[in-house]
Design a protein around this ligand. Structure first.
Ligand code: NDP
Length: 267
């Protein structure tokens, strides 16, 4: 009976159990389950090492464990190693722990057009920004610029990943918000980010990693101006579909996962 789950601290807010549960139900995967695994940082390593013996085939990893997940893995994909973080662990025969980062290919899969030859501006320089910058660069974006509230952090990320740091926003094909701005209070978004609502119209596509009940201020401003938008739940679905495929070897039922993540009952 293969078990799956999401390791985080806290993890009560995660939509991953509903999303993966919907995938398991849609495919009729007998005996498979997906659960929340709330684990404080000091217990992360010993908990993960006990999972294969408890019947787990794999797990997603979220805040604050993504770096620790990579550190304890026996082997890892180039993406996880170069990004420096893993969001997907797979437990293989013999007890080996394999680490992957599906945030990067998930970002590319969520875009309405391939990023090759396109320009991109990434807001933020934390963990998710690293995966997004790496993904855009690897996918052949012509220019990737990074802005961050704390400029030194953007400069370090840009130097490490071979892109450029910027002090202000500029028009580009793709805008990705990788800051946590908008998570708790939509009213402060355009005070905390280096652009106003009208400026969202300068992008062909806007991705906001933040998800909440209802649209974020960035998503609604961009949609009002005819910009193609990808919200945080769609990003969650795309990275989750790739994790699901890595564990089960079966093509992920993306629509079922989308409905599960959004709380839409199956039809
Ligand atoms: P980190 O904590 O690693 O980074 C946070 C980033 O947000 C930093 O760049 C930080 O800037 C910036 N920031 C925080 N507060 C402010 C503010 N008031 N004004 C301007 N910038 C601010 O977080 P992650 O990169 O892991 O995640 C970022 C967001 O993306 C979170 O909201 C998270 O929920 C979401 N996310 C969504 C996913 C999904 O599946 N949809 C997956 C992963 C993340 P500074 O360096 O100056 O502190």
């Amino acid at each position: 009976m293969p078990r799956l789950g999401v390791l985080g601290w806290p993890v009560a807010h995660s939509r991953s159990p509903a999303m993966h549960g919907a995938a398991i139900a849609a495919l009729g995967l007998e005996g498979w389950t997906y659960q929340r695994l709330p684990v404080p940082p000091e217990l992360f390593d010993e908990t993960v090492r006990a999972l294969p013996g408890a019947g787990f085939a794999g797990a997603n990893v979220t805040i604050p464990h993504k770096e620790a997940a990579l550190a304890l893995a026996d082997d890892a994909t180039d993406a996880a190693r170069e990004i420096g973080a893993a969001n997907t662990l797979s437990f293989r025969s013999g007890g080996t722990i394999h680490a992957d980062n599906t945030d990067a290919p998930g970002l590319v899969a969520s875009l309405p057009f391939p990023p090759a030859g396109r320009t991109a501006l990434v807001l933020g320089a934390g963990g998710s920004a690293r995966a997004v910058v790496w993904a855009l660069r690897e996918a052949g974006a012509a220019d990737v610029a990074v802005w961050n509230r704390s400029p030194g952090r953007a400069e370090r990320l840009a130097a490490e990943l071979g892109v450029r740091a910027v002090a202000a926003a500029h028009p580009a094909d793709i805008l990705v918000n990788c800051t946590s701005v908008g998570l708790t209070d939509v009213s402060t978004t355009f005070k905390e980010l280096p652009l106003d609502a009208d400026a969202t119209g300068a992008y062909a596509c806007l991705v906001d990693l933040v998800y909440r009940d209802g649209d974020t201020a960035l998503i609604s401003a961009a949609r009002d101006r005819g910009v193609a938008v990808v919200d945080g739940l769609e990003f969650l679905v795309q990275q989750g579909a790739l994790s699901f495929e890595a564990w089960t070897g079966v093509q992920a039922p993306v629509n079922a996962m989308r409905n599960g993540a959004r709380g839409t009952p199956p039809r």
